[in-house]
Design a binder for this molecule. Sequence first.
Ligand code: NCD
Length: 332
Amino acid sequence: MAAFVPPNERPERSPHLPFGDCREAPFYGKDIISVSQFNREDLEYIFGVAREMRAMVERVGTFDLLKGKILANLFYEPSTRTSSSFFSAMERLGGSVIPINEVTYSSVAKGESLPDTIRTLECYADVIVLRHPEVGSAALAAEYARKPIINGGDGIGEHPTQALLDLFTIKEELGEVDGLTVTMLGDLKYGRTVHSLARLLSLFTVRLNYISPDILRMPPELIEKLEAKGVSQKEYSTLEPVLAETDVLYVTRVQKERFENLDEYEKVKGAYVITPETLEQTKDKMIVMHPLPRVGEISLEIDADPRAAYFRQMEYGLYVRMALLAMVLGKA
Ligand code: NCD
């Protein structure tokens, strides 16, 4: 029989760990709510697992690492890539998925609260991916849940798994992150992907350029936060001054659904379009990224340019999400 250890002398463990479980996997049982949870060492670890996932998918397609595990994919907002890449990630790892999309056919349409829906789904699933229109919803869900919650986008707040796959894309495509100039373009006010990516990039020595219409500028609180960490940031209203120095051009869509006044949207929706002429002024070794969907910001003519990385970016997303699922379920 094991010696008795008084409760106050037992090692601290995640509230999600089942009683008696002592697995040491670094993210086992953890929620993924914000990119501020991660340091550079964590990122190396996640990307290492993602590379292993890629090798396995290329070799065998599907394997049984998460056999018997269930993911609840709870989406209160539309999604193509985030929901289907998590779905595919779980299936490729041998697990299964309860898909709940746009919640029109679930009890949420009857007025059920988020905590109650979460408490319900965690009876049936081992991990929950949540996309919700309110900032802070994933953190709220995590307060109630015993199972890991993965934030798949909380309104205009954060989209941490997108930022992880964005950073993984940059690393795989360009090698190093330190020393790069990253130019973010489009809707920097409502775009949650740029909010998370800028925060994550602040762990590196990068130069950030923000280009947007005046009414869609990067939130000043976020700029101040990164300023305090010593990140070099500059705001512009046109792309031309920074094109030649840019290593990563991160383009975003104007987030129509976040506008209270659609006349305002109409004024800014076509503010920037990346065309072959734009790319003539850039380095040969640079990449164009976009979280997608695009609605006219990138002309179709540049899809065939090797610098257009946005389709490859989606594929990197599969491996990163496979890694995250395996990690929070204690298998990596
Ligand atoms: C993004 C999102 O939902 O924030 N899409 C995605 O997850 N790939 C970007 C967007 O909708 O513009």
